[in-house]
Ligand binder design. Structure first.
Ligand code: PLP
Length: 393
């Protein structure tokens, strides 16, 4: 007998299930933050930064307003601007590429690997070489993405970046918590950025972001940049300034801070995050066992763990399968139906040699299934049945 349809609507991501587990703690944390009166840069922000750095095996963690600005801040610190090439995938969320023209630089799009969905190291190198040959843009930075939760091939990307003198950013907005050989991306990348948008694996109750780095100078610059270019210890020493350092502005920065209330929420959520990652792994394993004959299931690199921001399958009959799932009450989403280089504002930026055939094919084939740590086995079995019954009923 096929599994019964669940009584309640199936959620694609169920944030309320987490509230049933730690709701009272979260509520208390929010009230305490409000009652403290320290709304901006209150003690929970520092505490969170220290715990995030520890979790992500990084020397420094600086929180900021969102995952998009977490990408902007290092580019500002490195003075990336007009004439500079920033290599990034096109099979990603818009923010990864958007911040490049925002600082005045040029995106150069690199194809991805069809199995991992992440930046192809060989195509990156070919693209860097082509950019150097062409000669109008100066290669500066590579932004790789841990798409859907799995780290990109950072060891290979680091080697290429070292060969050409490029900085490497790990955009881990979706992949925070994912590891390679037991290490988080900052082991290879100059910095790792993440987002606390509510639907990300580690999400707040509003916007938030962070940058993790082992680089002392970058960390100091980020602290300054997120606070209007306020002077840091090195800057004060250099400036011979006798007033409050707060009013010494030494670079063009902006306002990009994490609210104390969000930090308080994230501290509670970080405490159960390792447990939630294990639960996501179990959900992925159950999908893998149940689905592998029907569709192409996601593949992890050797010694990789994923934070499973999405569980994304591939099929040649994607749109028909999506319609079939919808008819059975199973929500499924297409991440991403349009590659960034096909979007109007990005059409003018160069592509690596041979274009981006893998990216373009993936936009036709991918479909993401419900994924969150509280997905119950019987609900999951119904989802698996729904996928497997496609074409077979
Ligand atoms: C969500 C996301 C971002 C941006 O994060 P926000 O907090 O929404 O600004 C950047 N990159 C990727 C890959 C994302 O998924």
């Amino acid at each position: 007998m096929p599994p019964a349809k669940p009584n309640n609507p199936i959620a694609f991501i169920d944030l309320q299930a987490q509230r049933r587990r730690i709701g009272p703690k979260l509520n208390d944390a929010v009230i305490a933050a409000i009652e403290s009166g320290a709304y901006i840069m209150g003690p929970p922000v520092k505490e969170l930064e220290s715990k995030l750095a520890n979790f992500g095996q990084a020397k420094h963690c600086l929180t900021c307003a969102n995952g998009t600005e977490a990408l902007v801040l290092p580019l500002m610190a490195w003075e990336v601007g007009p004439g500079d090439a920033v290599f990034c995938p096109s099979f990603t969320f818009a923010a990864t590429a958007e911040i490049v023209p925002l600082v005045g630089a040029s995106c150069v799009f690199v194809d991805v690997d069809g199995d991992t969905f992440n930046m192809s190291p060989s195509h990156l190198e070919a693209t860097i070489k082509a950019t150097l040959r062409e000669g109008t843009l100066k290669p500066k930075v590579v932004i790789a993405v841990c798409l859907f939760g799995q780290p990109a091939n950072y060891p290979a990307l680091r080697e290429i970046c070292d060969r050409y003198g490029l900085k490497l950013i790990a955009d881990s907005a979706q992949g925070f918590g994912g590891t390679l050989k037991g290490k988080h991306p900052t082991y290879w990348a100059d910095c790792t950025t993440t987002s606390f948008f509510p639907a990300k694996p580690l999400g707040a109750y509003g916007d938030g972001g962070a940058v993790l780095t082992d680089d002392d100078l970058l960390a100091e610059q980020l602290v300054s940049l997120r606070m209007h270019g306020q002077a840091g210890p090195r800057d004060v020493q250099n400036a011979n300034f006798s007033h409050e350092a707060k009013y010494l502005n030494v670079r063009i920065g902006m306002n990009s801070r994490l609210d104390t209330v969000q930090a308080a929420v994230l501290l509670e959520k970080l405490a159960i995050f390792p447990d939630e990652l294990a639960a996501r792994d179990a959900v992925a394993a159950r999908y893998g066992a149940g689905l592998s004959n029907a569709v192409s299931t996601p593949r992890l690199m050797t010694e990789a763990t994923s934070s499973w921001a999405q569980y994304t399958i591939k099929t040649d009959r994607r749109d028909d399968l999506a319609a079939h799932l919808k008819s059975m009450g199973v929500p499924a989403m297409v991440y991403y139906p349009i590659a960034i280089h096909k979007q109007i504002p990005y059409a003018k930026y160069p592509l690596g040699p041979g274009g981006l055939p893998v990216t373009e094919s993936l936009t036709q084939k991918v479909l993401s299934l419900p994924m969150h740590p509280y997905l119950e086995p019987d609900v999951q079995d119904y989802i698996i049945h729904a996928v497997n019954s496609f074409g077979g009923d």
